[in-house]
Design a protein around this ligand. Structure first.
Ligand code: ADP
Ligand code: MG
Length: 276
């Protein structure tokens, strides 16, 4: 990466050697008005880890990310992030968590340039009432370089392809200089080739910037080769471990039902075709 960010110069970890836990769920449950979205979650995510969250539609994957953002205090149990209770996360801490939400398509006429979209990531860091300055513009530019989109800086966001827009949204999160990057279904609605490009980008950010990555995907086969651990979710946490440990018919069937197939190559074929 051409421009190592100051915030990323903390001591780095070699592969599979991670720091202390940054995120700790302990018997945590999260409720929506109509009922529990997550129940009795116990999970630690270490500094520098790449964790993949898998599970069928409605299993609470997005809710788990919202919880890490401090947007949903647990009804039972606890969730600590950077050693703060999640409901006490200060702005300073929240700015250290980059979030790429589940994709909605951008109105092609929405009047915002690529540069402006990325600057919105800076606004969260410096506070809404301070003006962004030259340094912020440089950081935004570097973030776009990190995702290979610098040459599109002045283009209207809505004119870009889905894959390009997704890279811009990743740049917006990177412009915060986050320590943790949360991505919700980052490849949904993107063609297969571009899906792999986006996943390779995320992998590179994990390695080069030593970001802690929590990536939600319903596409098990896309995420399995990249994530160091997978968490299998369906309201409860059914299993956490390496792809080799998790991608077994007996384990996956608990969540996806008996129609699940696994091939000798380690591919998983899920009968349900929800894309959400
Ligand atoms: P996933 O991302 O795995 O598809 P979600 O976390 O979005 O799952 O949803 C988990 C459950 O919580 C679902 O039953 C869903 O209908 C419900 N839910 C999600 N968001 C809300 C919300 N804002 N208000 C009420 N219920 C919600
Ligand atoms: Mg979701």
């Amino acid at each position: 990466m051409a421009h190592p960010h100051p915030a990323h110069t903390h001591p780095h970890h070699s592969d599979h050697q991670h720091g202390k836990p940054l995120i700790r769920f302990e018997h945590a449950s999260f409720l929506y008005p109509h009922g529990p979205a997550l129940e009795d979650i116990t999970l630690e995510i270490a500094d520098g880890e790449f964790l993949g969250i898998i599970g069928p539609n409605g299993s609470g994957k997005t809710t788990l990310l919202r919880a890490i953002l401090g947007l949903m205090p647990p009804s039972h149990g606890s969730l600590r992030i950077f050693d703060c209770a999640c409901q006490e996360l200060r702005c300073r801490h929240r700015a250290m968590i980059g979030y790429v939400p589940q994709k909605r398509s951008v109105d092609p006429y929405f009047p915002i340039t690529v540069h402006e979209a990325v600057m919105m990531g800076r606004a969260g860091v410096i506070g809404l009432w301070r003006r962004t300055g030259r340094q912020d513009r440089e950081i935004a530019h570097h973030a776009l370089e990190d995702v290979g989109m610098a040459e599109y800086e002045d283009h209207p966001l809505g004119a870009l392809s889905g894959g390009q827009q997704q890279r811009v949204f990743i740049a917006r999160a990177l412009a915060q200089h986050p320590q943790i990057l949360l991505l919700d279904e980052p490849t949904t609605g993107i063609d297969t080739t571009t899906q792999h490009t986006v996943m390779e980008l995320i992998q590179r950010l994990h390695e080069d910037l030593h970001l802690t990555i929590v990536l939600v995907s319903h596409d098990i086969n896309l995420i399995a080769p990249l994530a160091e651990r997978l968490a299998l979710l369906k309201t409860r946490l059914y299993a956490v471990g390496t792809a080799r440990e998790i991608l077994r018919k007996d384990i996956l069937a608990q969540v996806y039902g008996p129609q699940i197939l696994t091939t000798d190559q380690g591919h998983v074929i899920v009968a349900d075709h929800h894309h959400n």
